[in-house]
Structures are given as C-alpha cells and as structure tokens.
Design a protein around this ligand. Structure first.
Ligand SMILES: Cc1cc2nc3c(=O)[nH]c(=O)nc-3n(C[C@H](O)[C@H](O)[C@H](O)COP(=O)(O)OP(=O)(O)OC[C@H]3O[C@@H](n4cnc5c(N)ncnc54)[C@H](O)[C@@H]3O)c2cc1C
Length: 478
C-alpha cells in the first residue's frame, strides 16, 4: 500500500499521544490534510494505560485533571456527565473522582470517532487507520517513507513518533522464560487467567503503579494464596489527599530555575519540615512544583540530573505518583493483614524451577513464585529499546539519545534533533520518549499540551498561550 499527498501526516502510535495529536490536527487545520494513524497490537485510542478491561484499575489522576484538551479544562467532566453512572453526582464529588481507566479509554475512543472517523464539520476529510508495526522511517527527497513490518508503506510530509510506554525491562535469564506459564513479562497484558487454581505464591517485582494494579486484580479475583512484593526500597505509592493552602511555597520572588539541585533540595526539605511540623502532608510541595518541574529540569546540568536520578528519584516518585485513597486503603489493609508481604531487596535474576520460578535476590534468600509478574514500570534506557523502529532510527542517526539515555532529543516545538544536532525536516515526537528532555512527560496533564503543540508545529499555528496562572494550573494537574 502506498499513498502520497501534498500535506500528509503519519502518526506512529495510537495511544493518548497519537490520537490526541490527530484530534488537534483536525481541530486546528485550515487546509485539507491527510492523516494516517498507525498502531500496533493495543486497541486504538487506549494504549497501555486505558486498554485495561479490569474495572478495579482506576485512574491515578482525579477526573477534574483528565481533560484531553489544554484549552478546555472541564471537557472530561462534561463527557462523564453523559454517562448514567456520573450524571447525578454532585459536582465536587465528580471532580475528585478516580474513575476506571477503561472509562477513560471510552472517552478517547469517542474523541477519535468524533474528530477522525466521522466525516463532517469537526473531522478530517480523510484519515487512514492502519494496524501494524512500523519498523523504519526513511528520508526521501520530498517526503518520508514509513515502512511497516508486513511490507506496507506510507509516504508523508511529517511523521510523529508517539510510541509511548515500552513494556518493563527484563531481568537476566528472562529470555529462557518467554514460554514459561508462570512468567508475566508484561503486566499490561491480561494475566489473571494464568493464576494457579489451587492457590500458591505470587511474586510481584516492583512496588509502583503497575504493582498496585496487580495487587488490585489479585484482590478482585479473590486470590487466597500468598503474595510477595519486592523492590529495592519496598515502598508502595502514597495516597492522594486534600492539600492545604500553602502560599509560602514556592517562596514568592524566588527563581526556582536558578537554585541548582542542592539549593532546590534544601528549599524543599525546609518546607517539608515546616509542613510536617504543622501536621500537614509534605507531598504538597511536590504538587506545587508540578507547573514548574519541566522548566527546572531544563535548567539543571547533566551532572545534577544524574545526581537527582541516583539520589532523589525513588523518593520523588513515591510522592509524585500517588494513587486514589480508596485503592491505597485496600492495599494497606492487605499488607497489614499479612496477605501481602513487602520485601526490600534487589532482584538479581529470575530462573525457572520446574513449574515454578525462583527470584534470586542480592544478599537474601530467593523467593519462589507460582506466578511472577514483572511490574517494574516501563523500560527507560533508550538505547536498549526493544522497538525495531527506534533501533533503526538510532542506527541511521535520524534520532539521538538525550544526555541521560532516557529518550530522544527534541527541540522546544517537538521537532526531533538528529545525530548532528540538526532539526529533522519531518520527524516530531511526544510523550514518554521525552523523559530525558522534560522529566515530567508521561501523564495526561502534560501530554494534552504536547499533543496540541505538535499539531501547532505541523500546521505552523501560533502556540496556545498559558492561560492559567500556576496555582490554578496546579488544580488542573494533580
Ligand atoms: C498502566 C498505566 C496506567 C496509567 N495511568 C494513568 C492515569 O491514570 N493518568 C494519567 O494521566 N496517566 C496515566 N498513565 C501514564 C500514561 O503514560 C499516559 O497517560 C498515556 O497513556 C501515554 O500515552 P502514549 O500514547 O504516549 O503511550 P501508549 O499508551 O504507550 O501508546 C503508544 C501506542 O503506540 C503503539 N506503538 C508503539 N510502537 C509502535 C510501532 N513501531 N508501530 C506502531 N505502533 C506502535 C503501541 O502499541 C501503543 O498502542 C498510565 C500509564 C500506565 C502504563
């Protein structure tokens, strides 16, 4: 298959980032545009996060902050009102609700249908949807050639990389486990039907949001066996909470970007101590930093960024990636009752032991699991990506890793920078691929702005101004 058009955009990835880039192109374009949206494996419009079918998997961001549009902060709330479960909820309750992620997937599918599938006023004249894996993008004289694994090709003047979250990195020995019935290498693919019928022990590797999902599913399935959860620090995410007004932070008149890492850590620790002394939750300062995080990150030196990742990121993540209070209560009860045990250790390797698996830990006795779930979070070492496409782009120098090897390098307007540092004439990128550039770049409150910005860059449209002051912006982020 092949198609050419004077103004044509190919978007690789059909999760939130890819779909919302397409939707913004449809909303902003002044001229005819031909769009091709290519997505592999996951249901279009849902991606890893919103493709779950499990009702117990909730959003970890309150409904008030999940609008897909940066210029319409209440869009998701208004959409929720069209569903019978939410139509009569008092406004304050709806705004603070953590709804099932599959409901959010319905919201995205709806936007996709409205803007990209239905011919008419708001939608594109022509959108092509392809299901398949893109394996290469090559520059040609007047356009780029996008190649799929099955031989199909698409020609486009602009190509958007929206490839999103990659399955967790493996462990030594994992290659031999691929066919083992007890090994779950990707926690975002349904595994619950593989639980042994007669009980046993489930080992969850990791204590982040994916581990919480796994624990919730075990509860929902009435798992009567034991559960061991292991990570280096063995700390599960904290709960969202209603914060107090804290006008002292950030201190008025202080330029947060000029403090450097040491100054910033000292400032935050001082304010955390003050909040603790007042009996308030110190995580408020992490929330209050959110509208400034990307700017601060850009001003840190490479050495400071490395130091942050080494010494502070684990603590930061526990405070930053919080969960719905009701989920937190459920997990805490399971830990307190002894049904779930937390183990602090580093996983060395995972080895098959007949029908079971042995999880070898550094300096500790191994754990033996009937089912072992790798819930360590998306793999983030860019040069070790398992994506054939990204490996090809790296090899040809069309993309280059950022200084921390967390993703690829882009300019402010999302144009990809190539190996020589030049702006690509056709490639743009957004989403988790920008981790090293922006640090805070994986959740909807950031991605909705990125999707809009990518569309603006492609269409030469003036960027949307920040209309909300930081304090109000925070209300729409956490
Ligand atoms: C389990 C989980 C829960 C989350 N919960 C929340 C939440 O509650 N709130 C929140 O704000 N954020 C949440 N997030 C953060 C999440 O990163 C974003 O909200 C968002 O879903 C990311 O979308 P994306 O499109 O960038 O990536 P993805 O959702 O990963 O989508 C990328 C898509 O690209 C496709 N793709 C990749 N490579 C290729 C290729 N070569 N060819 C063709 N297709 C390709 C993939 O198959 C996938 O469908 C969660 C993340 C996860 C993993």
């Amino acid at each position: 298959m092949s198609s050419t058009h004077a103004e044509s955009v190919a978007i690789i990835g059909g999760g939130f980032s890819g779909v919302m880039t397409g939707v913004n192109l449809a909303r902003l374009r002044a001229r005819p545009l031909h769009l091709t949206l290519i997505n592999q494996s996951r249901p279009l419009g849902r991606g890893a996060a919103y493709g779950t079918r499990r009702p117990e998997h909730l959003l970890n961001v309150a409904a008030r902050n999940m609008s897909a549009f940066p210029d319409q902060p209440d869009h998701f709330l208004q959409w929720l009102r069209t569903r019978f479960e939410y139509e009569d909820l008092p406004e304050a309750e709806l705004r603070g609700k953590f709804v099932p992620r599959r409901v959010y997937g319905d919201y995205l599918s709806n936007l996709l249908r409205e803007h990209l599938r239905t011919p008419g006023a708001v939608s594109l004249e022509q959108t092509t949807f392809l299901e398949g894996e893109v394996v290469a993008v090559q520059a040609e004289r007047r356009h780029a050639r996008v190649q799929l694994a099955d031989g199909r090709e698409v020609r486009a003047t602009k190509v958007v990389l929206a490839t999103g979250n990659e399955a967790p990195a493996g462990f030594p020995g994992e290659a031999e486990l691929a066919a083992h019935p007890g090994w779950v290498g990707n926690p975002w693919v349904a595994w619950e039907d593989r639980l042994p019928a007669g009980g046993g022990n489930v080992v969850v590797l990791g204590t982040g949001l994916s581990a919480v999902d796994a624990l919730l599913t075990l509860q929902a399935r009435n798992w009567t066996g034991t559960v061991q959860v292991v990570s280096r620090h063995a700390r599960l995410p904290e709960a969202h909470f209603r914060g107090i007004a804290n006008p002292e932070f950030p201190p008025p008149g202080v330029d947060l970007t000029s403090l450097g890492l040491t100054g910033l850590v000292a400032l935050m620790e001082r304010h955390c101590a003050r909040l603790r002394a007042q009996g308030a939750n110190p995580a408020i300062v992490v929330d209050q930093l959110r509208p400034h995080t990307q700017r601060i990150w850009r001003h840190l030196s490479t050495a400071e960024k490395r130091e942050f990742i080494r010494d502070h990121a684990a603590r930061w993540n526990v405070q930053r990636h919080r969960i719905a209070p009701e989920i937190h209560a459920e997990i805490t009860a399971a830990v307190n009752s002894g049904r779930v045990s937390l183990e602090a250790a580093r996983v060395e390797r995972v080895v098959a032991e007949g029908p079971r698996l042995r999880v070898e830990l550094s300096g500790r006795e191994p754990l033996i699991g009937d089912l072992v779930i790798n819930a360590t979070g998306p793999q983030t070492r860019f040069t070790e990506t398992r994506s054939v496409l990204l490996q090809n782009l790296l090899r040809t120098g069309l993309v280059v890793p950022d200084e921390l090897d967390l993703g690829l390098r882009v300019d402010e307007d999302h144009t990809v920078l190539d190996r020589s540092g030049a702006r690509s004439p056709f490639l743009l990128a957004l989403g988790p691929l920008l981790r090293g550039t922006l640090w805070e770049t994986i959740a909807v409150p950031e991605l909705r702005g990125q999707a809009r910005r990518v569309a603006e860059t492609i269409l030469d449209h003036p960027p949307l101004a920040d209309t909300l002051p930081p304090l109000v912006m925070m209300e729409y982020m956490i």
